[in-house]
Design a binder for this molecule. Structure first.
Ligand code: F6P
Length: 377
């Protein structure tokens, strides 16, 4: 058997998304092609700290291109702040020790913004790392796109399509809440692709009166239904309180945020009302039109990757294999135009790519008369 050129570990961290298995396959196959030994680290950075590492052979990555999720498992645990037996501990040294114990030359980390930061910390602690941009949120800096985004956008678009037919039949407002954390890419992309009439993004604070007026304008022109795509991270414009909140302030009762903070201190985990429900209630009151809410939630992260993502994942994964072969470490494998290119991790970690308010997609939405919550259409 030819001598191994070196050993890599692969881990998947943060929220899962379609395409993780496709990337693991791409990295592993290309790395094996260049003579590297491949190890899988289970459940993200926790598996590294707990030294839960399994060998990956060609047979293990066969037939997984189309499978959703990650066969390695994932977690949101950070090496420097890891819950261990009821305490939060800095496990960085243990992570580095296990990396050395497994004789790894590089740890390949598939993840979003949290993972980029954690990998960079491990790089500074002495490990070689390579990262790949994973997230349905599409908000990793220095890459044109992240894998998982297209698959999630397909799910969200199909959901909006289905909501259209029922909203039309019942002449209703239907509000569809879409994931994306603090970035509006997924909501904007699916909203445009699904023809939503109102799209609300974290990057553009909304005004309920403006939205209500746009909905009523649609009614006046004979359009009796409306679809609103709401990103989970949306915020109202400053000073804009809901009617209910105005009332509660008069009574000097604690704000919702205060109630949640206090509950946390008391060890109670309250489930927050989805933002879409609050907006629906307010718009129903202001327009007199019946409103319904659909929150897509984790459906957006499940299932098989789209052909676009399968291709992207395979390109990114094999590029990572080429970089390993060249011993080019400590970078993000990013998409720049038609190419996959390394970007130093120091330029990526701690940054976030949100939707610029002058992005062409914003102008596109406005030109097809979509209300973005800041101006009436
Ligand atoms: O980052 C991906 C994402 O799906 C976000 O869009 C969402 O806010 C978050 O993860 C949900 O996280 P969890 O799966 O931990 O509830």
């Amino acid at each position: 058997m030819p001598k191994s050129k070196g050993t890599i570990g692969i881990l998947t961290a943060g929220g899962d998304c379609p395409g993780l298995n496709a990337v693991i396959r791409g990295v592993a196959k290309a790395a094996m092609h260049y003579g590297w030994k491949v190890l899988g680290v289970q459940d993200g950075f926790r598996g590294l700290v707990e030294n839960r590492v399994v060998p990956i052979e060609s047979i293990n990555v066969s037939g997984i291109l189309t499978h959703g999720g990650t066969f390695l498992g994932s977690s949101r645990d950070k090496p420097h702040k890891m819950p261990m037996g009821g305490k939060i501990m800095d496990m960085t040294e243990v992570a580095v020790a296990n990396y050395k114990k497994q004789r790894m030359d590089c740890l390949v980390c598939l993840g979003g913004n949290g993972t980029q930061k954690n990998a960079y910390r491990l790089q500074k602690a002495g490990m070689n790392v390579l990262t790949l941009p994973k997230t349905i949120d599409n908000d990793v800096a220095e890459t044109d796109i992240t894998f998982g985004f297209d698959s999630a956008m397909n799910v969200a678009t199909e959901a909006i399509d289905r909501l259209h037919t029922t909203a039309t039949s019942h002449h209703r407002i239907i509000i569809c809440e879409i994931m994306g954390h603090d970035a509006g890419w997924l909501c904007l992309g699916a909203g445009i692709a699904g023809g939503a009439d109102v799209i609300l993004l974290p990057e553009i604070p909304y005004n309920l009166d403006v939205i209500a007026e746009s909905l009523l304008n649609r009614r006046r022109t004979g359009k009796r239904f409306s679809i609103i795509a709401v990103a989970e991270g949306v915020q109202p414009q400053q000073g804009e309180d809901s009617d209910e909140e105005k009332g509660s302030k008069k009574k000097k009762s604690p704000s919702e945020d205060e109630i949640f903070k206090q509950a946390k201190v008391n060890g109670i985990h309250l489930v927050q009302e989805p933002v879409a429900s609050r907006i629906a209630r307010e718009l129903q009151t202001r327009t007199g039109v019946e409103a319904r809410v659909t929150s897509l939630g984790h459906v957006q992260r499940g299932g098989s990757p789209t052909p676009f993502d399968r291709l992207l994942c395979t390109r990114l994964g094999t590029k990572a294999g080429e970089l390993l072969a060249a011993r080019h470490f400590n970078c993000l494998v990013a998409v720049k135009g038609n190419r996959c290119e390394p970007v130093p991790l120091s330029k990526v970690a701690g940054k976030k790519r949100i939707v610029p308010t002058d992005h062409p997609w914003i102008q596109t939405a406005r030109l097809v008369e979509t209300c973005l919550g800041d101006r009436t259409v």
